[in-house]
Design a protein around this ligand. Structure first.
Ligand SMILES: Nc1ncnc2c1ncn2[C@@H]1O[C@H](COP(=O)(O)OP(=O)(O)OP(=O)(O)O)[C@@H](O)[C@H]1O
Ligand SMILES: [Mg+2]
Length: 262
């Protein structure tokens, strides 16, 4: 055997590609008879944080509402692990492991932190033990909630309420969590905390889809990104590549990413 055969030129080892968990194929949808999203393809891989960015009114929230089952698809398909769920209602998708956190950190202000979390677990039915375990686990992840279990949610700061909204969506231990602008209205300190938590959750294997206005910032923590423009996917790629892309930078980021670290 020649030495060449014994020492073949090493082919680059491809990075492991995670399977697609949630797949949006050719989605067209809108409101009334106004088409807002046109033929959009977006794939979300397991254990990956994917950002959806783009200008106001681009259709970002519309895409994720369709993914969460809150808005019907006019055409196209939505698949979870290869199963077509296009016609399934939102609550059915929740039981398939798809959780959705709407914009505006909606918590029930007159209820305590614990009661808010318990409500998040209503699909666990009467399984009190699983609910208690889930809540304990989440208090480990969000210690601030553990310290405030009997406080009224309405008396917490915006950042704390956002943590609660995220934690509540995690009570059922979903496989994918879809968030609409989790940083909206938060102080810079809490924006950083929220993104840190999302990074931690991704590392633990959760699939995260996050729509964000703070485009440069979310692309520094996300793995992959889609840029939407007037209802279509204009660009997609690894987050680092989008951050470095001149066209994306000029049109959608509106700032040099290094300004983030100023
Ligand atoms: N419930 C609704 N009824 C009618 N039109 C709507 C509704 N929600 C959104 N739209 C319209 O659909 C378009 C896309 O809205 P969408 O909320 O998806 O944008 P977005 O990319 O999330 O924008 P933003 O960054 O401002 O949140 C906009 O023109 C908006 O006015
Ligand atoms: Mg929106």
């Amino acid at each position: 055997m020649s030495s060449l055969a014994m020492h073949p030129i090493a082919a680059p080892i491809p990075a492991p590609v995670q399977p697609i968990l949630l797949d949006i194929q050719g989605l067209t949808t809108g409101y009334g008879d106004v088409e807002v999203v046109r033929d959009a393809d977006l794939s979300f891989r397991q254990g990956v944080m994917t950002a959806i960015i783009g200008s106001n009114g681009a259709g970002k929230s519309t895409v994720i509402k369709a993914a969460a089952g809150l808005l019907p698809a006019w055409s196209g398909r939505i698949l979870v692990r290869g199963t077509d769920i296009t016609r399934e209602a939102g609550y059915r998708r929740l039981s398939r492991g798809i959780a959705y956190v709407p914009q505006g950190r909606i918590v029930l202000p007159e209820m305590t932190v614990r009661e808010n979390l318990e409500l998040g677990g209503y699909t666990l039915g009467s399984d009190r033990r699983r609910l208690r375990e889930a809540i304990d686990r989440l208090c480990g992840l969000f210690p601030i909630l553990g310290e405030r279990m009997s406080q009224l949610a309405g008396n917490m700061s915006g950042g704390e309420q956002q943590m609660l909204a995220i934690a509540r969506a995690l009570v059922t231990a979903p496989d994918v969590i879809i968030l609409d602008e989790p940083s909206l209205g938060l102080s810079p300190k809490f924006v950083a905390v929220v993104f840190e938590k999302l990074t931690e959750l991704t590392q633990s294997g959760l699939t995260i889809i996050v729509v964000e206005q703070k485009a440069s910032m979310v692309l520094t923590v996300a793995d992959y990104g889609y840029v939407m423009h007037t209802g279509r996917v204009a660009f997609k790629g690894p987050a680092g590549e989008l951050l470095a892309d001149d066209r994306v930078k000029r049109v959608f980021l509106g700032e040099a990413p290094e300004a983030l670290h100023a």
